[in-house]
Design a protein around this ligand. Structure first.
Ligand code: G
Ligand code: MN
Length: 431
């Protein structure tokens, strides 16, 4: 069987498999590498192919551009009809991998000149970064397909998707990671929405989007059970981008004024490009930036690197608000409120639970609320379940309340369909 594609002169998919196999053991390679699966869409696609019809000329030109971008030690293959694959070696595969994916898209989107005129090609790139793990060729290609799939489905504006795989083991022996990958590929995720009400009049000012995995095997799985897997495998990056876009689209369609709060993982802030994800989500949905808030946990404070701080400032400059989630837990240092542009503090549910019975908790909350007020930072009391908790929090100056008293997290239709019913806590879903 031929191993060279006769249009482009590049190794084909079969050849690629043996090239990747021959590089094993990957852990012994002098550098890491990133695999970029490039999908080309163009107006001549699917047309009957004969020499000179333009379709072949497009593939030849794409191959020429890929050769120009790659270095001599990199691997380029014509992976399938309209798919190419580039293996790029680098000492810094995560950073270089991301940058290379962007340059691939930029380069391939330049018009291609044909005899019949210039045409534009749409390139989508799915990237898997292989930093220091073992792993199999099959797993690598599977992940590249998943990354491409995520890029095509979820990233309508910025068509790149990067998975970071720097696992000390193979996904083959990791059932949770395999299940999560399957779930991402088959789109088993959905968002629930929980109302956040203004403390003074109990009107719904916005919603928090909460991720759920509807698993055919395990039923509705809460984030606490799969986010850790998503974070350690890097799958949090495509998942987090999807959540942002989906939540922005939903609120833009459902309400002209209410806001949406989206949880962003510290791992995405450290490894991903959340600012780009946010501008994509705003572009795709048409949502005004000031109607989006991202919620970050205090864990971020522990790791407030320059790049995370820069990213948060960029996000804030876009007009998007930043909330500190579960405030008061973890190892917070109040001075970090200075280091990032915080708009809102969400008081952890452990305080709300104790507010009616424990005077120390009450003093702590009172102090946090006074500090926030003086800094013009808004406050949300989390997990308010009783009228008594609501009135104590309101009396002490919390600006907003969230919890079962006002509405449980519900699927979009149920949450927004009854938006008015949530008023004054008489809503459906309140228990
Ligand atoms: O960490 P974060 O605040 O994003 O988590 C919100 C979680 O808290 C959700 O999973 C939600 O289901 C849960 N939650 C929301 N309201 C209440 C409440 O009133 N009581 C309790 N116990 N949990 C709540
Ligand atoms: Mn939250």
């Amino acid at each position: 069987m031929s191993e060279i594609d006769n249009v482009t002169g590049l190794p084909n998919g079969v050849a690629l498999l043996s090239i990747l196999e021959n590089l094993q053991p990957w852990s012994a390679l002098p550098t890491g590498f990133a695999v970029h699966l490039v999908y080309i869409q163009h107006p001549r696609q699917g047309k009957v192919r004969h020499p000179g019809d333009g379709a072949d000329a497009i593939l030849i030109e794409v191959a020429r551009r890929l050769r120009r971008l790659a270095s001599s030690e990199d691997i380029i293959a014509h992976y399938g009809n309209d798919k190419f694959l580039v293996v790029k070696f680098s000492d810094e595969p995560v950073l270089r991998g991301k940058l290379f994916a962007i340059s691939l898209r930029n380069e391939l989107s330049m018009p291609i000149r044909l005899d019949c005129g210039a045409i534009s090609v749409d390139a989508t790139v799915g990237t898997v970064v292989h930093a220091d793990d073992s792993g199999t060729t099959e797993m690598l290609l599977q992940l590249a397909e998943a990354a491409l799939h995520a890029a095509r489905c979820e990233r309508e504006v910025d068509c790149n998707c990067c998975y970071t795989m720097s696992l000390p083991y193979s996904i083959e022996n990791d059932k949770p990671a395999q299940d999560l990958l399957t779930a991402i590929k088959s789109r088993q995720f959905l968002l629930y929405y929980q109302p956040i009400v203004r403390a003074t009049n109990r009107e719904v000012e916005g919603f928090e989007a909460l991720l759920r995995w509807s698993s055919p095997e395990h039923g509705m799985v809460p984030p606490s059970e799969f986010i850790p897997t998503a974070e350690r495998t890097g799958m949090i990056t495509p998942l987090g981008s999807w959540v942002l876009t989906e939540a922005c689209k939903e609120i833009a369609v459902r309400s002209p004024t209410q806001c949406i709060a989206v949880n962003v993982s510290p791992v995405s802030l450290e490894n991903g490009d959340v600012a780009t994800d946010i501008s994509t989500a705003l572009n795709v949905s048409g949502l005004e930036a000031n109607r989006l808030a991202i919620e970050i946990t205090e864990a971020v404070h522990l790791n407030l690197t320059n790049s995370v701080a820069r990213q948060l400032n960029k996000i804030s400059d876009m007009g998007v608000r930043i909330s500190i989630d579960d405030f008061g837990t973890g190892y917070s240092s109040l001075s970090t409120i200075n280091a990032i542009p915080v708009s809102c503090i969400k008081i952890d549910q452990s305080f709300t639970r104790k507010i009616t019975s424990d005077s120390t908790s009450k003093i702590v909350v009172q102090t946090i609320l006074e500090m926030a007020d003086r800094l013009s930072i808004c406050t949300v009391a989390e997990a308010v379940e009783t009228e008594e908790e609501a009135s104590i929090m309101t009396g002490m100056g919390a600006t907003a309340l969230q919890g079962y008293l006002f509405g449980r997290p519900l699927p979009a239709q149920a949450a927004f369909g009854n938006g008015q019913a949530f008023h004054a806590g008489i809503g459906l879903g309140v228990s």
